[in-house]
Design a protein around this ligand. Structure first.
Ligand code: DMJ
Length: 562
């Protein structure tokens, strides 16, 4: 054993002795302390321990909070505020943050979940079955005579109504429609069609069905149609001609005029952009976006546009009517929606929209007498004098204004939306049928009625604009009164428009026994029933406005990042 090895046990025992002595010494010292001194030591120990415990538990919580904010945002449920006993302007406006997202996951549609939704699905099935029996493959059904009606000969009711069937979970109807599109829908006929109508109804419908199902067949049809529709942009100015011959791929102005309609040439951009994004070919988007850019450059009346534009010169028809109704409406709608579709990255679209809505407030929004209901009138052709008439078509505006507000546009846009929506509601409520006419006239000075309907304007084509706006307002505010208003309208449609073979347009909403018009437009399947179904959903975000922009024919398209 070395000297060093011999030293180790000795050193250990010395250390032990020292610790022992030290421990004994400490106990002796502790015993010598007074009771007060010992209490102080105890207190100090307790305080130190508490501080340490608190410090470590707060660190643990912070770590958990960070983890939650990454993946699991808890959204407070929104309060349901009823409008029934309150003035419309007092409704609380809960704001939902708008998330810009490239949509990868697609919505799952699980079918109706309550009695009102089941009722709307039954209506769709009734209309579809009658169309299938009497007009399958033709554009529209004439539900009284049981005949078919062709406008473009593109099976409009199938292509337009197909995504409604999909959203309602009607697999059988969807599949038979899909088979027709796959096997029968061709664009080779030597026939003129309206560029805008075919874009919003057929191209829009095909793109939505492609997005929902990822079935390449829909995209291939959309590309074929898009290539043919491109002929419309062949004018000297690039402003589209109104008519396209899909078979010959040629385009021209309508027979009755050199002009195109402003709302028509500015309501194709969502669809052409989505076609480019889905097919990875920028050619469609470029042509359509150039139209918006060109119109952005033109002089306007505080953002408001005349309803006709010349595709040869690229200029508006001077002193044409200014309206948010027929031929003007969706110019304003697509400014906002294009801005949203492109992830809010194209500033001039927002600028033009904001200026236009200010122009609407300044020149077109007036109050009726005696009850001061807000309505949107027109500036007449030629004189530009104010005409207190409002098309049913204008009732799209409350929904668009609410959509803008949900995307952080000013509060007065929402106030205008609520007031205007109420006026639209009244255009239904004042008639014995509880259905609105095509056009309503307002009194600016009257002691009796705020609004009246001329017999020539008293027809109802089963249009969607009012229930469309109800759906936007319901999704954005959560206020179930909008559902109740929609239910009233739905019941009126059931009572007056439902016939053994589908649903029919009406000749006069002022009569308790209205004459029927023998036409079921494809937008009844595409828009009116779709919006009613979505409006009655318990989950108001089934089609989430943070992820989808809805085209002018109610076909949802995904929002992109740019
Ligand atoms: C639909 O075809 C579209 O909504 C279009 O933009 C305007 N009119 C009809 C429905 O009323």
């Amino acid at each position: 054993m070395s000297a060093l090895q011999m030293q180790i046990p000795f050193q250990i025992s010395r250390l032990q002795d020292e610790y022992c002595i030290c421990g004994k010494e400490m106990i002796l010292r502790w015993n010598r302390l007074s009771r007060l001194q010992r209490s102080l030591v105890y207190a100090l120990f307790l305080i130190t321990a508490t501080v340490l415990v608190l410090f470590y538990s707060s660190k643990l919580n912070a770590a958990n909070v960070n983890k939650n904010s990454d993946s699991n945002i808890v959204v407070e449920p929104l309060k349901n505020v009823s409008l029934v006993n309150e003035p419309v302007e007092n409704v609380v406006q809960p704001k939902k943050t708008v998330v810009e997202s490239e949509v990868n996951e697609r919505p799952v549609f699980t079918g109706p979940s309550n009695a009102r939704q089941y009722a709307v699905v039954e209506s769709f099935k009734h209309a579809w079955k009658a169309y299938k029996e009497h007009a399958w493959g033709h554009d529209n059904l004439k539900p009284l005579s049981g005949m078919a009606f062709d406008w473009f000969s593109l099976g409009l009711s199938i292509v337009d109504g197909l995504d409604t069937a999909y959203i309602m979970g009607l697999t059988e109807e969807f599949e038979e429609g899909r088979q027709w599109v796959k096997n029968e829908l061709v664009f080779t006929k030597n026939k003129d069609v309206n560029f805008f109508e075919v874009t919003i109804r057929v191209l829009g419908g095909l793109l939505t069905n492609y997005h929902f199902t990822q079935d390449e067949m829909f995209l291939n049809k959309a590309k074929d149609l898009g290539d043919r529709l491109m002929a419309a942009f062949s004018s000297p100015s690039g402003i589209p001609y109104s008519d396209v011959n899909l078979g010959t791929k040629t385009a021209h102005a309508p027979e009755w005029s050199h002009y195109s309609t402003t709302a028509e040439v500015t309501t194709v951009q969502l669809e052409f952009r989505e076609l480019s994004r889905a097919s990875n070919d920028p050619v469609y988007e470029d042509a359509a976006a150039a139209v918006s850019e060109k119109i952005h450059q033109l002089p306007k009346k505080h953002g408001l546009v005349p309803i006709f534009i010349n595709p040869n010169t690229g200029h508006f028809l001077p002193h044409a009517t200014i309206t948010l109704g027929a031929r003007g409406d969706s110019y304003y709608e697509y400014l906002l929606k294009q801005w949203i579709q492109t992830g809010k990255t194209i500033n001039y679209l927002l600028d033009d929209y904001m200026t236009a809505i200010e122009g609407v407030r300044e020149f077109l929004a007036k109050r009726s007498s005696p009850n001061k209901h807000l309505f949107i009138g027109e500036l007449s052709a030629g004189s530009e004098s104010f005409n207190p008439k409002m098309d049913h078509l204008t009732c799209f505006l409350p929904g668009t204004l609410a959509l803008g507000h949900a995307n952080d546009l000013p509060d007065w846009h929402m106030t205008m939306a609520e007031e205007l929506l109420y006026t639209c509601y009244l255009t239904y409520a004042v008639h014995p049928t509880f259905l609105a006419p095509e056009i309503t006239h307002f009194n600016l000075a009257s002691a009796t009625n705020d609004m009246y309907t001329k017999t020539a304007d008293a027809h109802n084509l089963l249009r969607p604009e009012f229930v469309e706006s109800l759906w936007y307002m319901y999704q954005i505010t959560g206020n179930t009164t909008y559902q109740d208003w929609g239910w009233q309208i739905f019941q009126s449609l059931e009572k007056y428009a439902k016939v053994p073979n589908g649903y029919t347009s009406l000749a006069n909403v002022k009569s308790e026994k209205p004459l029927q018009r023998d036409m079921m437009e494809s937008f009844f399947l595409s828009e009116t029933l779709k919006y009613l179904y979505l409006l009655f959903s318990d989950d108001r975000f089934v089609i989430d406005l943070n992820k989808y922009v809805i085209n002018s024919e109610a076909h949802p398209l995904p929002i992109h990042k740019n």
